[in-house]
Design a protein around this ligand. Structure first.
Ligand code: FPP
Length: 252
């Protein structure tokens, strides 16, 4: 980043603080490129994921300081089980390590930890650590960090359809009660506003089964930067670009 870009980013930061009304409420991030970051340094892929955790720490701090309300991070998808067993278990270990190490600091900063996705498939040790983190931070009202774990949008929609169908079968609700709001509240993100800004790193231009319903009107922002190199200045730039977009939600 050259000096003039740095100054622009600094100015943007000032604008962001002054322009609270136009802040996105909910940002989703597809954190991509850990593997390529590591490979480009002739390092094992797992070190890329480790560097990715450092980036998560920085982004949570920045998002919290900016007063963001919801940050959803795509940490492990329903498709990621296809990776070599060693990489999957390294990711599980990293998650436990991260929660153990960081949860107190997150709690001190009024951050609330939430997850989406079907974590019943995770080892018990991981589930226990997730429950501890959620419980400890459940009363906080600052930034809500929503970690997507064994998450896939299609799987989430299938599970929501089953929940709704079950209620109809049990006569707790009627077919005519089904509308967009009802579906929304049966998704894992029930109660969380739709995504305003979706960021994907590493030069890929796909949604990869991430928050498909919730991103219906999201502004999309892509960067070539690999996730471990993504920092607060990039986040500010993405928010600033968002603030300069015209959102019409299908109107004129
Ligand atoms: C994509 O990189 C990244 C992931 C598979 C998930 C992100 C995981 C982390 C940032 C670390 C663990 C998370 C927590 C919450 C502790 P990739 O491996 O697909 O990269 P590539 O496309 O370059 O191979």
């Amino acid at each position: 980043m050259n000096i003039s870009e740095k100054i622009t980013v600094r100015d943007n930061l000032k604008n962001l603080h002054n322009d609270g009304d136009n802040m996105p409420q909910h940002i989703g991030i597809i954190m991509d490129g850990n593997g390529r970051w590591a490979e480009s340094r002739k390092l094992p892929r797992t070190l890329g994921h480790r560097a990715g955790v450092d980036a998560i720490r920085d982004i949570i701090t920045k998002a919290s300081n900016l007063g963001l309300q919801y940050l959803t991070l795509y940490a492990f998808s329903t498709e990621n089980w296809k990776r070599p067993e060693a990489e999957v278990s390294a990711l599980m270990k990293l998650l436990i390590e991260y929660l153990k190490k960081e949860v107190r600091e997150l709690h001190k900063n009024n951050v609330r930890i939430h997850t989406i996705g079907d974590i019943t498939k995770f080892p018990e040790s991981v589930r226990e650590e997730i429950s501890r983190a959620k419980e400890l931070t459940s009363g906080n009202n600052g930034l809500c960090v929503n970690i997507a774990l064994n998450y896939g949008s299609r799987d989430e929609i299938v599970r929501a359809v089953k929940k709704i169908s079950n209620k109809i079968l049990c006569k707790e609700m009627d077919l005519k009660d089904i509308d967009e709001d009802l579906i929304s509240i049966h998704l894992d993100t029930g109660g969380i506003p739709q995504v305003d800004l979706l960021i994907r790193t590493s030069g890929e231009y796909r949604l990869s089964n991430f928050l498909l319903w919730q991103c219906a009107y999201a502004e999309l922002w892509f960067t070539d930067v690999y996730w471990p190199d993504f920092n607060g200045e990039h986040l500010v730039k993405a928010i600033h670009d968002f603030q300069n977009r015209q959102r019409r939600f299908g109107g004129v």
